[in-house]
Design a protein around this ligand. Structure first.
Ligand SMILES: [Zn+2]
Length: 362
């Protein structure tokens, strides 16, 4: 009697705790894109600097400038500000006290992506050339659940994702850099994407393709193979920033915003996904400040490059808008948040930080 009452009580609590889990999730990262541009729009100091504006500050101003800070950030990232920040939530505006940070002490890519997907800022992972990740990630964990088996896929412009997500062990398809898509069952679109990628300009050599190929490959996979869990990792924001190309950095972010809109519009047009899909957008690390001439770079010698941001919306997230209160969140909390948005609890043999409760409906 007592135990069945306890069970009933427990089920009741579980049911009210996470009332509307999403059935699908799409996770998107755009490498090293700063919270400063997300919340304040283009930076006029960088745009005015001949070292950084690629000889065309008038283009940057024409495309992205407004005297009004809210208008300015909307010009750069219209979908994030007009849709995600309205229907969901966005965190990381430090000028309002809302802080999101790397928990790992390194502030570059592999440690950041490891932290995002394992919930564990493993200090052993201290190099971008680190071997296949020994830590189990949340995509792999969910792929082991019957509801998601074979319904998980990851796309990354950078070839390191094969190691970061441990493609061999995890059993998740990780389509990275110039990987060929579709094999013998490639669709006509996939064949074309494969051909265009092979023949394209390769500014980042064989290590990383232009984002346009990763995006269109992921979108085709979404439409044709209908994954429940999809990860897309764009890379150009980081590459153009390292190169000091501020115009291209802004254009890359603006294009990512447009691609997120394209994905979302398709999601909302398809019955498997409509109103059943969470969308989570974030970055692996931040970058430095222009005042120290360090905006192009990031690592633990570049101050502020641990400062990050994220945005999320979907059926299991309350519409809370822009976080405007004093709060401290960490990247290590994302992995459990992804699982919780789907109504699951991520478990592994390493520590996992708690979810971000604010973005999960009760
Ligand atoms: Zn970088």
């Amino acid at each position: 009697m007592r135990s069945s009452l306890t069970t009933v009580f427990f089920l009741f609590i579980t049911a009210i705790s996470y009332s509307q889990p999403a059935e699908n999730i799409i996770i998107i990262t755009t490498d090293g894109f700063r919270w400063q541009e997300v919340f304040k729009g283009m930076d006029s100091m960088i745009a005015n600097d001949a070292k950084y504006n690629e000889g065309d500050s008038s283009y940057i101003y024409k495309e992205y400038w407004s005297n009004d800070i809210n208008e300015r950030r909307k010009r750069l990232l219209p979908f994030i500000w007009n849709t995600i920040a309205v229907k969901g939530q966005i965190f990381g505006n430090r000028t309002l006290g809302c802080k999101v940070d790397n928990a790992n002490p390194y502030w570059f890519s592999y440690p950041g992506y490891n932290e995002i997907f394992t919930g564990y800022p493993d200090t052993a992972i201290n190099s971008n050339s680190y071997p296949p990740n020994p830590n189990v990630n949340v995509l792999e964990y969910l792929n082991g659940q019957p509801a998601f088996k074979g319904k998980v896929a990851a796309f990354g412009a950078w070839d390191a994702f094969d190691r970061i997500l441990n493609e061999q062990r995890s059993g998740i398809p990780v389509i990275s850099a110039f990987d060929s898509l579709g094999g013998k069952s490639a669709t006509a679109n996939e064949k074309l994407i494969n051909k265009l990628a092979r023949e394209s300009y390769k500014p980042f050599h064989e290590e990383e393709c232009l984002d346009v190929f990763t995006h269109n490959a992921a979108l085709e996979w979404l439409k044709v193979r209908k994954p429940k869990i999809l990860y897309i990792a764009y890379g150009e924001t980081d590459e153009w920033a390292h190169a000091g190309h501020y115009r291209s950095y802004l254009d890359a972010a603006h294009q990512v915003d447009a691609w997120i809109k394209e994905i979302w519009e398709w999601v909302q047009s398809d019955p498997q996904y409509r109103n059943k899909t969470s969308l989570f957008v974030t970055v692996d690390h931040g970058r430095g400040d222009i005042k120290k001439n360090e905006w192009t770079s990031h690592n633990n010698k570049v101050s502020d490059s641990h400062q990050i941001w994220f945005a999320v919306m979907g059926p299991s997230t309350p519409a809370g808008g822009e976080c405007a209160r004093s709060i401290q969140l960490y990247q290590e909390q994302y992995a459990q948040t992804f699982a919780r948005l789907l109504g699951y609890q991520f478990k592994a043999d390493h520590p996992i930080a708690n979810e971000i409760k604010e973005v999960i409906k009760r």
